[in-house]
Design a protein around this ligand. Structure first.
Ligand code: UN1
Length: 513
């Protein structure tokens, strides 16, 4: 299966990929093994960049940018259109590679590549809509407007859990904006990165445009560190942990570069007493169990009204008990593995702490074992939070399928509980009433403090058309739709005097006579 996929995606012909012999856990120096998290065995080796090859890539990116920015934006859009069409052709194999390499189920792997196709479509339209404003000048015979200009080669640092789409958001928008992307993918998903980048690079090169999509593969300490310090890269867009974001943010701020940070989330769903519980159940189930809880948008806390918390909990516990855990490429599977053993340990540690703090494990709580579960599998877990007792573990983002259930009496109390998290990425409410929904969405900003707010939908699964990102420890960045494109360009305010006299703004007289 895996060899066939690698061939289909041309990875057997890529200089970076080492197919045979893959060896075991001790690869030769300079090679990272891409592991299948469902089996714990290697898929292939990937050569890491060296300081020299990294510098060569950077120089190519700088030169590529100088050519690409001169191509009219709508023509750049045509290139992105062809790239999007090529991803359409590779939707299934690329989605399966995502599933193989990071363990999300096939449907979600394909969904992820679809997200890249969608943002490519969005970017094509945008390529004719990079609008600047015109504004009336206060002076006669003057004209003012703003124009948006290409920014430069941009650095994209992506996490393992969205090894294709998060790059897509940045690279497709960046490309129509006239930028070149230098991508440093997660070392847990290098094959997906190579295959994804190669498709874009090949299509662009066939149309006569080289060095628009660049890839550097290496550790955070070496390759990542060089990228964030590099003054030739005016924007770093980074997705990952809050810890990583703090390092990236401070390094880039020090050189006065721009940062776009999309970090963790500790997302909650509020369920009101009047909610449609069938809808709520489905939203919670996908949000908390989907992607084995490894989305930054995964639902980690359920805040349910005391009148419905019991039946809702019972229904969830029963569904959790029956969920199919296993091979992500098997169509019957709903929950694949965690990415590695470290994640399993973090899952187990969180459960132990939850118990110490008075939490009650209602279902799950352990590794998932049995036939075909040789990799890093865990049981989706529900924990009832003790009433009137601090429960600090619920403040930590454990990248695993653990759902903490809280109950509440009033909507104000529920909103305060939902906001009581360090991060502010995604939030949701299920209700049939306009009052609770509008309080949650309060135009005074007194409702949800997150970047994403859903009504009668779960916390994960955003469409590409909106701006994606969040507040507080989530980092404040916005990617993908709406006007996120502006971050990939620089704004220039233009003032033209077409008259014959010099007039100063604010009416200042500065005449020699
Ligand atoms: C992420 O987990 O880093 O909203 C991104 C969602 C997806 C993106 C998740 N569209 O769940």
């Amino acid at each position: 299966m895996s060899m066939k996929l690698l061939r289909q995606l041309g990875l057997d012909n890529d200089d970076r990929v080492v197919l045979e012999p893959v060896g075991d856990e001790t690869p030769e120096k300079g090679i990272v093994l891409s592991m299948n998290p469902a089996t714990g065995t290697p898929i292939a080796g990937v050569r890491l960049d060296t300081a020299d090859s990294d510098e060569k890539t950077m120089a190519e990116a700088v030169a590529g940018f100088d050519r690409w920015r001169r191509i009219p934006a709508p023509v750049r859009g045509q290139v992105v259109r062809e790239i999007g069409n090529e991803y359409r052709k590779y939707l299934e194999p690329l989605g399966e590679l995502v599933a193989l390499e990071v363990g999300k189920i096939r449907a979600e792997g394909i969904g992820e590549v679809q997200e890249t196709v969608d943002i490519a479509d969005f970017a094509v339209g945008l390529s004719r809509q990079l609008y600047g404003k015109t504004m009336p000048s206060e002076r006669p015979e003057h004209r003012m407007y703003e124009q948006w200009l290409p920014l430069g080669p941009i650095g994209v640092i992506s996490a393992f859990n969205f090894p294709n789409a998060v790059w897509g958001w940045n690279a497709m928008l960046g490309a129509v904006c006239g930028d070149v992307t230098v991508w440093k993918p997660s070392l847990f998903a290098p094959l997906t990165a190579i295959a994804t980048n190669a498709i874009a690079e090949r299509v662009a090169a066939d149309m006569g445009y080289k060095d628009i999509f660049k890839l550097v593969i290496g550790t955070d300490e070496e390759i990542g560190d060089r990228l964030i310090h590099d003054g030739r890269i005016p924007l770093i867009s980074a997705t990952g942990s809050c810890r990583m974001g703090r390092i990236v943010g401070s390094v880039v701020a020090k050189r006065l570069g721009r940062c776009l940070l999309e970090l963790g989330g500790n997302n909650a769903i509020i369920v009101e007493g009047d909610a449609d519980l069938d809808l709520a159940f489905e939203g919670i189930f996908f949000g908390a169990v989907g992607t084995a809880g490894q989305r930054c948008t995964s639902t980690r806390r359920l805040i349910a009204h005391e009148s419905i918390v019991e039946p809702l909990t019972d229904r969830l516990v029963s569904a959790y008990g029956k969920v199919n855990i296993g091979d992500p490429l098997n169509p019957d599977t709903l929950v694949g593995p965690l990415i590695n053993e470290r994640s399993v340990e973090q899952f187990l540690r969180a459960i132990a702490k939850a118990k110490e703090q008075g939490g009650e494990v209602l279902v799950g709580g352990d590794r998932a074992t049995g036939d075909g579960l040789g990799g890093h599998f865990v049981q989706p877990t529900i924990i009832r939070v003790p009433a009137d007792k601090p429960f600090p573990i619920a403040h930590e983002e454990t990248f695993a399928p653990i759902l903490y259930i809280f109950s509440y009496k009033t909507i104000d109390e529920a909103i305060a509980m939902q906001n009581d998290a360090d991060q502010g990425l995604s939030s949701a409410i299920f209700t049939s009433g306009v009052r609770a929904a509008e309080k949650f969405l309060s135009p005074a900003g007194a409702g949800s403090d997150c970047g994403l707010a859903y009504v009668n939908l779960g916390t994960s699964g955003a469409e590409i058309g909106g701006a994606f990102g969040g507040e507080k420890d989530t980092g404040g960045g916005r990617e993908s739709g709406s006007d996120s494109w502006k971050q990939y360009m620089r704004r220039q305010t233009v003032t033209i005097n077409y008259g014959e006299s010099m007039r100063l703004a604010q009416g200042i007289e500065f005449g020699a006579s």
